[in-house]
Design a protein around this ligand. Structure first.
Ligand code: FEO
Length: 414
C-alpha cells in the first residue's frame, strides 16, 4: 500500500504537500523500468478567501488522495485548481476532485492543457476553465500568482506557477525525479546524493527527447529574475527543494547540456557467446591504462540491464563505446533497441566508438555507424571483425580506444 504524506511546508502560510509514494509501479509510462518507484506530489494552499489545489495524482491512487485531501479541506471549498501539466500521473484524480467539488472551482492552465483535459476526461472538466497566457498574473486570496509557460518540459501544455510575494515555484515535472526519497525535502545531503542519479534517469527517459528545452526554459526563468531568490521549488515528483533550491535547476541544466564527468566512458555491449566480450575486455583494459573510468553495461545470456538505467548514464559520459554482435545481418536486438532510445532520448555531441564481432558476415557495425553519423554523436571509428579477436584485431581496437580518448578530451591530452 503506497504511503501518503501530508506535510505543512511553511510556518506563515497554510501550504501543504500531499505526496503519494507509488511503490507498486514497475514501468513508468509503460516503458521505463523504475524498481525505485516514484512519488506524485500535489500541493494545497489555503488562503483567507480561497483554497488553491496544485495538480493531483495518478488515477490509481485517487481514493488515497481524496482521503488525504479531506483531512485538509472539504473539496467543495476548493476555489481554484492549477493544472501545470495534464499527463495523467498528475491529472488522473482531477475528474474525481471536480466531481466532489461540485464543479465549483476554476481550473487554470494553458490552452493546450484545456484541450488535452477535454480529450482525456470530457467537456465537463473544462466547463470552468481559465486559459492563461505566458506571464499572466492573477490575484487569488490576496496573493499574486504568475503563470509562466515552459513548453516541451515535456509536453506542449506545461507551465509553472510563481507565487510572487513568497518566491515559491510550483514546477510540476521540471525539477522532479524517480524514486521514493525517505524525506520530503533536500535537508539531508545524504538523501540528495542518493536521489540525484534518479533525477538524471527521470530527465533522460521522460524529458530527454526535448532536452534542449530544459536549458532554454531554465534560461527563460533566470531572465525573468525568479530563480536567484527562489525560496522553494515544489516539483510534481520526488524531493521538494528549500535548503538549496537552485541546485535542482542547476542539475537539470547540467543534464540538459550533457555535462560530462571527467574520465567517464559508458561501455555498452551484447555478447551472445563471448566474442564481443573478449573485445570489450581489451577496450576496458586500454581505457583504464589511460586513467579513464569505464561504466559497463552488458547483455548476455545471463544479464539484461534496464535501458532506462543505461539512458541515465549518457549525459555524464565523456564518451561511449558500443560493442555489438551481428545478428541476422543486423544489429543485435538488445543493442538495436538501446541505440534507438539513446539517439531519441540522449542525443548529445559525444564521441562514439563501435566495436563489433560476427560469425559469417558482419554489418551491425556499419548499421550503427549510419545511425550515429545521422545523430549529434561524433562517430570515431568502427572496428568489426570475425570470431575471436586476433592479435591484429586487438591492436586495431587499442588504437581505436586511444583515438576515442583523444576525441573525448578538449585538450587532446591523456
Ligand atoms: Fe509527471 Fe509528464 O508527468
Amino acid at each position: 500500500m503506497p504511503k501518503v504524506w501530508i506535510e505543512k511546508l511553511t510556518e506563515d502560510m497554510e501550504l501543504y504537500l500531499i505526496r503519494v509514494d507509488d511503490d507498486q509501479i514497475k514501468y513508468f509510462e509503460a516503458a521505463w523500468d523504475i524498481p525505485e518507484g516514484i512519488t506524485y506530489n500535489s500541493y494545497l494552499l489555503k488562503l483567507n478567501d480561497a483554497v488553491v489545489l496544485f495538480d493531483t495524482v495518478k488515477k490509481d491512487y485517487e481514493d488515497l488522495f481524496m482521503d488525504a485531501l479531506k483531512k485538509l479541506v472539504d473539496p467543495k471549498e476548493i476555489t481554484h485548481i492549477i493544472v501545470h501539466h495534464t499527463e495523467p500521473d498528475h491529472s488522473g484524480a482531477l475528474p474525481r476532485v471536480l466531481e466532489e467539488n461540485e464543479y465549483k472551482a476554476m481550473v487554470i492552465g494553458t490552452q493546450f492543457a484545456r484541450n488535452l483535459l477535454e480529450g482525456f476526461y470530457g467537456k465537463k472538466v473544462v466547463e470552468n476553465f481559465k486559459v492563461i497566457k505566458d506571464g499572466e498574473e492573477m490575484k487569488i486570496g490576496g496573493k499574486t500568482f504568475r503563470f509562466i509557460t515552459v513548453p516541451w518540459l515535456h509536453w506542449p501544455d506545461t507551465m509553472i506557477t510563481y507565487l510572487v510575494e513568497d518566491k515559491i515555484i510550483f514546477s510540476c515535472d521540471a525539477g522532479g525525479g524517480y524514486s521514493i526519497p525517505e524525506t520530503i525535502d533536500d535537508s539531508s545531503e545524504e538523501v540528495v546524493e542518493k536521489y540525484l542519479p534518479y533525477v538524471t534517469k527521470y530527465i533522460v527517459t521522460v524529458i530527454g527527447h526535448y532536452h534542449k528545452y530544459i536549458v532554454e526554459n531554465i534560461r527563460k526563468l533566470k531572465e525573468l529574475g525568479i530563480v536567484k531568490d527562489v525560496k522553494m521549488i515544489l516539483p510534481g515528483h520526488g524531493l521538494i527543494w528549500r535548503r538549496d533550491p537552485i541546485r535542482i535547476f542547476r542539475h537539470y541544466e547540467e543534464v540538459g547540456a550533457g555535462r560530462a564527468e571527467k574520465g567517464k566512458v559508458l561501455v555498452v555491449y551484447d555478447s551472445m557467446y563471448g566474442f564481443v566480450e573478449k573485445r570489450m575486455d581489451i577496450v576496458i583494459d586500454e581505457l583504464k591504462k589511460h586513467g579513464m573510468k569505464p561504466v559497463i553495461y552488458k547483455y548476455t545470456d545471463k544479464v539484461a540491464p534496464a535501458v532506462s538505467d543505461i539512458l541515465g548514464e549518457v549525459p555524464s559520459a565523456e564518451a561511449i563505446v558500443i560493442g555489438v554482435s551481428t545478428y541476422e545481418a543486423d544489429i543485435h536486438p538488445r543493442i538495436r533497441y538501446l541505440l534507438y532510445e539513446i539517439i531519441d532520448k540522449a542525443n548529445y555531441e559525444k564521441p562514439v566508438l563501435i566495436v563489433g564481432a560476427f560469425g559469417w558476415g558482419g554489418g551491425a557495425g556499419k548499421k550503427i555507424e549510419s545511425m550515429i553519423t545521422r545523430s549529434k554523436f561524433d562517430h570515431v571509428m568502427t572496428v568489426e571483425s570475425k570470431g575471436a579477436p586476433s592479435a591484429e584485431d586487438e591492436e586495431k581496437i587499442r588504437d581505436a580506444v586511444r583515438e576515442l580518448i583523444q576525441r573525448s578530451l578538449p585538450t587532446g591530452n591523456t
